[in-house]
Design a protein around this ligand. Structure first.
Ligand code: SF4
Length: 289
């Protein structure tokens, strides 16, 4: 397989064939993000992608899922994306689901009919970064669009039939806007009503603008208990009709996997026990991105 640079995928795509169709991220300006530092955005050639699909057809016959890397395959022109999905269907007919990252701006560029076409061709799940529901934080972090815009695009993705996974980041409001961040994010998640929420805890990456701000004393991340209080507030305010609220990423201090709405109270009780010191939190040295 032709892999260029670091390859990133969501935790739930651990067993998937990773097919790199773009390089880096088409936005690349989020202050906290070190995912594709120094990697210039580009689109891989049809020949390279086809060679990888043919390689997968020979060697990965047991894998039923494919994830399209890098940062935002949804940015590809519709003809390229439909071509890739058609090639997957032709050469890997046993694949049951294709997944991709999709940012709100890329979704906005597709019409409802185009999204439906992608769904029909096998794109089954999209992973979106909301990060925060607070517009001031989104602006400060260089995110593409405000919360209402991101929510609207997430709702369109769901309406097109995609499974929707939404990432949020605890700590992104710093100490100063911790509770505003938690409450506004809970409201945005409730409006979006995704199938899965992935809650990460902020970790600073050297080389990012947010890292520099922290070094200069302009931004302060809440400590472990502060992050946990924020997570509690966010979970308490999030109403999903059905779905998973996952805070089991390696960056989190207390791993949680909550089925909403039924599991909410038990999870809030777990957090309260941790806040009371009855459950140990993950050591700082054990956290990972
Ligand atoms: S957070 Fe997502 S959209 Fe922002 S720079 Fe990183 S990969 Fe790109």
């Amino acid at each position: 397989m032709d892999y260029q640079g670091m390859i990133i995928r969501p935790p739930s795509e651990a067993g998937s064939v990773l097919l790199q169709v773009t390089l880096g991220c088409s936005h690349g300006r989020c202050a906290f993000c070190g995912a594709y530092l120094g990697k210039r955005f580009g689109i891989k050639s049809r020949e390279t992608v086809l060679e990888d699909i043919l390689y997968a057809a020979r060697h990965f016959r047991d894998q039923r899922r494919i994830f399209l890397c890098d940062g935002d395959a949804m940015i590809l022109p519709q003809e390229r994306l439909t071509d890739i999905l058609s090639l997957i269907r032709e050469h890997l007919p046993w694949v049951t689901r294709v997944g991709a990252y999709a940012n709100a701006k890329s979704l906005k560029r597709k019409s409802d009919a185009q999204l439906a076409e992608l769904r029909e061709l096998g794109l089954g799940i999209v992973y979106m970064g909301l990060e925060s529901g607070d517009d001031a934080i989104l602006r400060e972090m260089g995110k593409n669009g405000d919360a209402a815009f991101i929510v609207a695009q997430g709702r369109r993705a769901r309406a097109a039939g995609f499974k929707l996974n939404v990432t949020v980041i605890n700590g992104l409001g710093g100490v100063e806007r911790s509770m505003e961040h938690a409450r506004a994010t809970a409201r945005a998640l409730t409006r979006m009503d995704p199938d899965q929420v992935g809650a990460l805890s902020l970790m600073l990456v050297p080389g990012t603008p947010l890292f520099e701000r922290c070094e200069r004393g302009e931004f302060e991340i809440p400590d472990a208990r502060g992050i946990l209080r924020e997570l509690r507030e966010m979970l308490a305010g999030t109403e999903l009709t059905r779905g998973l609220f996952l805070a089991n990423h390696a960056s989190n201090y207390l791993p949680l996997k909550v089925r909403l709405p039924s599991g909410k109270q038990a999870a809030l009780d777990d957090i309260d026990r941790a806040l009371a010191g009855m459950t140990p939190l993950k050591a700082e040295s054990a956290r990972r991105l």
